[in-house]
Design a protein around this ligand. Structure first.
Ligand SMILES: [Zn+2]
Length: 143
């Protein structure tokens, strides 16, 4: 992750090509400590917000640690197939998939059981849990 990450400016809206307006400027990555300063621009016409500068697509993987949950390939197919056989660990792994799927619309993640989806929804109603899951960005990310 400490590798150099190539970036590109994106000054126009990716949807309608209008010039972006500053939304959040001079941000740093508090979660994975990706080096650099990042800005969010937004479109006055369609409301889209986007990162600029943003990592070029070839370097996007460098922004995430090797332990990032999307790199745990065997767990995606069946979280219970891990060697641990620890039911609590398996439950937590499934919950970690259910929350981004149900709350942030990550439809590429596998659909979880109704019980897990409902549990994720109930937990996300708790302000302290939502704050932890969204790394302090809860009010901006979940409204
Ligand atoms: Zn736009």
């Amino acid at each position: 992750m400490s590798e150099f990450i190539r970036t590109e400016e994106r000054e126009n809206c990716p949807l309608c090509d209008n010039i972006g307006k500053p939304l959040l400027m001079g941000l740093s990555d508090r979660l994975y400590r990706v080096p650099g300063q990042w800005n969010y621009l937004y479109c006055k016409d369609c409301g889209l917000a986007w990162l600029s500068p943003r990592p070029v697509s070839e370097d996007l993987g460098k922004c995430y640690p090797d332990s990032y949950f999307t790199h745990e390939k065997p767990d995606f197919a069946d979280p219970l197939s891990v060697d641990t056989k620890d039911q609590l660990t398996a439950f937590k792994r499934r919950l970690r998939l259910a929350i981004p799927r149900e709350w942030f619309n990550y439809q590429h993640l596998p659909k979880q059981s109704y019980f897990l989806s409902a549990t994720a929804a109930l937990l996300m109603l708790l302000p302290s849990f939502r704050e932890k899951v969204t790394m302090g960005l809860g009010q901006r990310m979940v409204s």
